[in-house]
Write a protein that binds this ligand. Structure first.
Ligand SMILES: [Zn+2]
Length: 461
């Protein structure tokens, strides 16, 4: 049963920080435009309706900077745009995609896509790679979202926190993003594509276990009913997680709304029958506005910046977020197949760069590698380097978790509240013993976070 939930429209900031609602109330100034468009808010880009300028059609246009219009009235922060609306536009990819828009349209959901998937079994990897390279041409020229990691939503939240801090005149407590004060979170996932992948699962579990990393395997249900349970049991017995990977992986899940609804019912049935809480679509195809048809708990099908995916766009955040009742755990790093076969890169340099950018901003490092593509020795060596790198970061506090654990934490965090306790704050709610009170404060113009109360100044003592 679905339970009614509070409106998403006015809660994005509070959901993000879980700060006390009175200090975190952000108002929207009157006079916002009738049309959505790009604008600038200091160092970040927004997309939606805003006051004080003309909405731009493209992220590369000369954008109106509305940051000077942000103001404080009666001790409360007001923005010249609706932060929740803008955050939803970005996360749900409702902004106008520009750069290779025509290519994007002709290769996803259309006749070309159907043809490609019909012919795919007949093509060798060489032909597929060649076609993919043509399709992805000029990807590095796409101006928005930002490559290799986009934090637009997160930096808008920080900008809003800056105004709230100025309004408050002191630090604002909030519930830290990850349990036990971990600086960031990482999850390893493996999409199993074909028989070669299924055959390699055992060896891949050995590799992951040798680094004490448990991962999640996504298995295609339809057409594999006979063997699905046995494969899943082998994985689960060793403490690995199993989720659904698409329905039948024909690349057409979101091609037609009516057909999608029929397929979603079948996916929901498999999720119940196989006991799966999580899902990832084939080829990262997605239509977030249709997710309400799904009954599983979390999805992992939305890239952060999808320049190198067949369906372009991206959710512009490194944090989990809710799409109705579904928690989205976005893909925030490049896929192994893309790295090896499109970029022809057999190093961890790009992965490490992305991991560093996400870690510095306390986000979710989410990784896909395919057992099917790790069979080769050269690819496997790169994967081992990646695990080594993650373990080095774990020694410095990184929380490496299963998607199911991240889902549980993020859902519990949403139910936690900060309660004033004399001079200090405590957290109440499920899993509260693992939660930490954090403090946002202004260091010059910059918003900074800390896990201990900032030193009191003489004025506030
Ligand atoms: Zn797949």
């Amino acid at each position: 049963m679905r339970t009614p939930r509070e409106s998403e429209r006015d809660s994005a900031f509070l959901d993000y920080y879980r700060c006390p609602s009175d200090v975190g109330a952000i108002g929207t100034l009157p006079g916002v435009s009738a049309e959505d468009g790009y604008f600038r808010f200091g160092g970040s880009i927004g997309f939606g309706r805003f006051a004080g300028g003309l909405p731009a059609a493209y992220a590369t246009d000369n954008l109106t900077d509305v940051s000077a219009a942000a103001t404080i009235i009666d001790g409360r922060a007001w923005l010249p745009f609706d932060l929740s609306q803008v955050a939803t536009n970005l996360r749900r990819e409702r902004y106008r995609r520009n750069g290779n828009d025509l290519l994007q349209k002709t290769t996803s959901g259309g006749i070309a896509q159907r043809l490609y998937y019909l012919l795919r079994p007949l093509m060798g990897v060489g032909v597929r790679k060649h076609l993919q390279k043509i399709r992805l041409r000029n990807w590095e020229k796409i101006p928005f979202p930002q490559w290799p990691v986009d934090r637009t939503v997160d930096s808008l939240m920080e900008g809003a926190m800056g105004i709230a801090l100025a309004a408050q005149g002191g630090p604002i407590p909030f519930i830290w993003f990850w349990p036990d004060g971990a600086p960031a979170c990482a999850m390893m996932t493996h999409d199993v594509e074909g028989q070669a992948g299924i055959d390699f699962c055992e060896a891949l579990m050995d590799i992951d276990d040798s680094f004490a990393i448990k991962s999640a395997f996504q298995l295609i249900p339809e057409g594999h009913e006979e063997t699905w349970q046995a494969t899943a049991a082998r994985l689960r017995r060793r403490g690995f997680e199993v989720n659904l990977h698409d329905l039948n992986h024909d690349g057409l899940l979101f091609a037609d709304k009516n057909e999608f609804l029929v397929r979603a019912r079948r996916i929901n049935r498999y999720a119940r029958e196989f006991g799966c809480d999580g899902f990832r679509s084939g080829v990262m195809y997605r239509e977030q506005d249709w997710f309400s048809a799904f009954e599983f708990s979390y999805d992992m099908s939305v890239p952060n910046a999808a320049h190198l995916e067949p369906q372009r766009g991206g959710c512009c955040t490194v944090m989990p977020y809710f799409v109705g009742d579904i928690l989205e755990l976005p893909l925030t790093t490049v896929q192994d197949y893309t790295l090896f076969h499109i970029l022809n890169d057999y190093s961890t340099a790009l992965w490490e760069r992305q991991i560093d950018l996400i870690s510095r901003h306390h986000g979710l490092i989410s990784i896909i590698s395919h057992p099917d593509y790790l069979v080769g020795e050269r690819e496997r060596a790169v994967y081992l380097d990646l695990l080594r790198h993650l373990n080095e970061r774990r020694a410095r506090g990184l929380w490496i978790a299963l998607p199911g654990e991240v889902n549980r934490w993020w859902r519990n965090r949403r139910q936690m509240t900060l309660v004033a306790d004399g001079d200090t704050w405590r957290i109440e709610g499920p899993d509260a013993d693992r939660a930490r009170v954090a403090y946002a404060s202004l260091t010059g113009e910059r918003v900074t976070y800390s896990l201990s109360p900032p030193a009191r100044t003489a004025a506030s003592a």
